[in-house]
Each structure stands twice: as C-alpha cells, then as structure tokens.
Design a protein around this ligand. Sequence first.
Ligand SMILES: [Zn+2]
Ligand SMILES: [Zn+2]
Length: 245
Amino acid sequence: MSIQQPKFADVTGFVEGYLGQIYQRQVNDSHTRVWCEQWWRHPEAAARLDALWRSWEQLHRDERGGLSHWLLQHADPHMDRLFDPRGTFKYCSVRHGHVDRIEPLKTEPSPPELVKGMAEGGPDWFYSTVVEFVEEYLTKIYRRQVVDVSGIVWCPQWWRHPEAFVRLEALWRAWEYWRTNASVGLSTWFLEHADPQMAKLFDTSGPFKYCDVRSGHQSNPSPLPITSELEGMFTEPPGLGEVIR
Ligand SMILES: [Zn+2]
Ligand SMILES: [Zn+2]
C-alpha cells in the first residue's frame, strides 16, 4: 500500500471516524452552536466537509506542523461556519433533526444582451460564465435565510450591481483555479475568497442595501462622488513640496 493512500475512503468515513470525534461540542439545544446529523443534506456542509477531508489527507502527513496548520487554518474556520446558528444548519437541531427550510438564494435571469457581452471561461473551465457559476453552484451552496429577516440581504438581480458582478466574477475565476488543487483547493477557496466576498454582499450596508428578495431589485447605492483632479496634478509625478504648494 502506498503511503499516499487516503486514510478514509470518503468524506462520510472521515466525518464519522475522525472529525466528529475531534470536535466534541455541546450542540444539544444550543443557541450558540448548531449541528445537523444529516449534514449531507446541506450542500454547503457537504462541500465544506469534503474540502476538509481532502485537505486533511494531505496536511496531516506534513511533519512541519501540517496537522496543526490544518486544525487552525482549515478545520476551525469551517466548523465555526457550520456551527453558526445563522448558517446552513439554522433550522436544524440535534433534538428535532433536519428541517428542510432554507432555499437556494433566489436569482432572476439576466438579460441575454448582458450574457452575450460577458467574459467566457477557459477551455477546461467547469462553468462558461459567471452567471452559470452563480446560478448552478454558488447560490445553491450559500443558502441563507434572506427573506423577511434583518441583518442580511440579497438581491435576485445581483448582476445589476457593479460591485456584486465584479466580486462574483472574481469568485468564479478563483474557484476555477482552486478546484484544480485536489487537496487544499476548495477549502482555501471557501475561506480566503468565498466567505469574505459573500459577507460583503450579504452586508446590509453593502451593494444590496436597498434591495431585498421579497420586493426585488430597487436601486444601487450611488458611486463614490469624485471631482476631476486639479489640472496637471497627475501629469508628471510631483515632489511632495509641489503638491503642498
Ligand atoms: Zn439539516
Ligand atoms: Zn438589486
């Protein structure tokens, strides 16, 4: 048997035989920490735990602190996201079991002329445009209760918001890159790219400030006000003294 043979055959074996034993936490009737025994019914949990299994298979073999790195930089942040009562297990509990209540984030089709002008992915890319990535993948993973709640917001016409469009296109490109790394790729993508980008979009003072899922797209916050520069200011790099003068 090669030493690189995975220790666990699949993510289920890893969660049952390892992760669940490590993360012994009080999750019964807890308002601060939730867990769903049927985690595999949650696309986000399935994706995060699969990423954790793959990263563990490589990192735990690394003698230079690989396991410690895995615990701190991969497992802890993913488990914090899953335990979060506002996250994907929001309606589930150990006492009452799985509750199928959170829908994928709602999207409305973008106009064909917008799709036509969009950048296409590379030849080996899984999704051909950002719209496909958002509709087929991202909105199914990041299921959040965004209807009639405060503190989190989403716009079904996300593509009308330049900030959302740029962030999600960047997220798609990062995903296409990191998915090719079979060990730490998806874990890294989630933690370093998807979670922080989605937090910016879900923020009630962010680009979707005036929109919500029930009433749909309303408007964009205004672009930053900018007046044109003093004439000649940037034509040649001035010394500091010249700027002050
Ligand atoms: Zn559940
Ligand atoms: Zn909107």
